[in-house]
Design a protein around this ligand. Structure first.
Ligand code: BT5
Length: 338
């Protein structure tokens, strides 16, 4: 696993931080001597001390245990490559992690890295976004320290026509991560808003660079409201929104959530590459908030009202309209009517 990004405090040598944390966690009592750290890592005692200090600055509580060494007392809920990759079981998505403090938009950064040749599965995560992007030029409110903002670089060997299939990957993985870490019941609204108790807790923005016959890369942008408070939401919400913490009635740790998300993304993507779209489509349908429901869809072509019959082989929404005809919707905003 490569862990290769500048860390939020501007330092480098993250690999050593990661190893230090790994050594602490491999101990039952959690106490490790400075000498042992220095020997295992092949660096001087002074270097060990500097790394311990840097970890403390990031919020790790590391205490000196007289005449025995150091003890890791607690871990902050910060999204760093060292923490994310600790105990992470992935083979593609999340094998390279880029974590930064504040960025304009993780999608913009991921797009640039992809143009520069970043590998498939590279994940860009930011603590805050100054100009988080929603769909169609809208803004995504992205305050610091509370939520997850991430973008995944994929290079699937598929035609651009089939790229919308992968938009479902994010929604299914977010829904699974919510089930696993927040004990809530999520539902997916087409194409890929994730709702809890009918309120939007996550949004996705996918972007693509392609030639006629070939996808060069896809960027899956995922924003999840994890611990955002009521007064942090914009007042002009398009869809009633909430956060996992508000719905669960307790704080939700970002780290385990992000790990669960990456593992779900990875396993569904690996399966997609091996077995195609159908398992993903089934997983999406199993969590759909719109199947069989009466909905109104507004798009560039106007509005259609009807009952949702399913999604087709490229991800278009199928609606039986009021005249009994099946309409195929490729893009639009869905409102559930009843
Ligand atoms: C979306 O757009 O739902 C896509 C959001 C994607 C955000 C992620 S964060 C990581 C990655 N990097 C980016 O720059 N973007 C992606 P849309 O369906 O157009 O919804 C946008 C609308 O939702 C806004 O116009 C607001 O009304 C509302 N909104 C803004 N911030 C929100 C938030 N944090 N939670 C819920 N609703 C929000």
């Amino acid at each position: 696993m490569s862990v290769d990004s500048p860390r939020p405090d501007g330092g480098s040598n993250r690999e050593i931080d990661r190893k230090i944390l790994e050594i602490f966690r491999s101990r039952d009592e959690g106490v490790v001597s400075g000498e042992e750290l220095s020997r295992s890592l092949g660096v001087s005692r002074t270097a060990v001390w500097k790394h311990i200090k840097a970890l403390k600055d990031l919020g790790y509580r590391i205490e000196a245990v007289p005449s025995r060494g150091y003890s890791l007392v607690s871990t902050p809920d910060i999204l760093t490559p060292a923490e994310l990759s600790s105990g992470l079981h992935v083979t593609r998505i999340g094998t390279s992690l880029v974590c930064t403090g504040e960025v304009e938009s993780t999608n913009v950064l991921a797009y640039r890295l992809a143009e520069e040749g970043a590998a498939e599965g590279t994940v860009v995560i930011a603590d805050a976004q100054t100009r988080g992007k929603g769909r169609l030029g809208r803004q995504w409110e992205s305050p610091a320290g509370v939520n997850l903002y991430c973008s995944i670089i994929l290079r699937p060997p598929i035609m651009p026509l089939h790229a919308p299939q992968l938009t479902f990957l994010s929604a299914v993985a977010v829904a699974e991560a919510i089930e696993r870490t927040a004990s809530l019941t999520p539902a997916i609204k087409w194409p890929n808003d994730v709702l809890v108790n009918g309120l939007k807790v996550a949004g996705m923005l996918n972007e693509m660079s392609a030639e006629t016959e070939r996808v060069e890369f896809l960027i899956l942008g995922i924003g999840v409201n994890i611990n955002m408070k009521q007064d942090q939401f914009p007042s002009d919400l398009r869809h009633p929104a909430s956060s996992l913490a508000i719905e669960a009635g307790r704080e939700v740790q970002r780290l385990p959530f992000a790990r669960a998300l990456l593992e779900s993304l990875d396993s569904h993507y690996v399966r997609y590459l091996a077995r195609g779209y159908d398992p993903l489509r089934q997983a999406w349908l199993a969590r759909s908030a719109v199947m069989g429901r009466r909905v109104r869809v507004s798009s560039q072509d106007g509005e259609i009202t009807g009952t949702v019959e399913g999604i087709d082989e490229i991800g278009a929404l199928l609606i039986k309209d009021t005249d009994g005809l099946t309409q195929r919707i490729l893009a639009g905003d869905v409102t559930i009517e009843e």
